[in-house]
Design a protein around this ligand. Sequence first.
Ligand code: CP
Length: 340
Amino acid sequence: MGFESKTLLQLPSSGMPRFVSANDVKDIDALVARALTYKADPFMHKTIGHHKRIGLLFLNPSMRTRLSTQIAAQNLGMEPIVFNVGSEGWALEFEEEAIMSGNKVEHVKDAAPIMGKYFDILCIRTFPSLKNREDDYSELYINQFIKYAGIPVVSLESATLHPLQSLTDIITITEVLQNHKLQTINRKPKIVLTWAPHVKALPQCVSNSFAQWVNAWGKADFTITHPEDYELDEQFTRGAAITHNQEEALKNADFVYVKNWSTYQDYGKIYCNDPEWMLTNEKLSLTNNAKVMHCLPVRRNVELSDEILDGSNSIITQQASNRVWAAQAVLSEILQHQSA
Ligand code: CP
């Protein structure tokens, strides 16, 4: 199909590739290169998905993930079918041995194998409850689909991670480094993930995932800054420098990734909503003229200021547009495995 035959995704013992975490990727740089190849030539493999169907299941809302994954699938010749299972489907039960006398109508054990017959690839978006950390971090929902669907599963954001977003983020950073000749700097680029205020308790998924991918990529000097009590799960952040001093963290940064998340230890709470943590041009002046990133959606002048969002350092639209190429690289990798 024009790419070398080496597979870029791990193959679990089930023999079924999946994409739910950075741990599912063998070679991040090669996957990034594939995505950028598609960006240059979106239809180079426009028939590899012919006569294949991809199911996009949404238990929660989405704009970018929903649209970009459909476009990616269509660029590869696949037929995407979107099912808003959270609002239009039968309420699903996920617990094993549940006595289904409540409001859950169908067990995932019954629904997922049927989807496995309808589709060739199954993609799922499911948010955490933010009520019980152990439940959310067990990733029951996506793991039950992996267990019972019998086809490759792709995460469109799960309870704790958002791998297509993070692959997009590494693609965008790579692209900026290439295009702006930052690769000539005689050091690793400094990437800062900074907490930002928000009015709602948000999941830790994007931040966990960004930390996991930057650490796995291993090509950056990586700092995370947040107020006290906003520590993330160490399994994702290990390897990063962590500080409560945002201004110190921002010094000499080449990229600043802005994101709110709720508390991890006392799970799913808002402790601090200090507007001082919102990134402004004054704070940006501490950086090495850093590019600013955010996964979107964003609350203007709460999480990020107008002056940053509308300013020349923002690469947020570029970042969101790269969602197509991230999805296309992953889907093509799975299709290539299926046709081998
Ligand atoms: N960043 C992201 O996943 O956007 P959506 O929630 O709109 O899909």
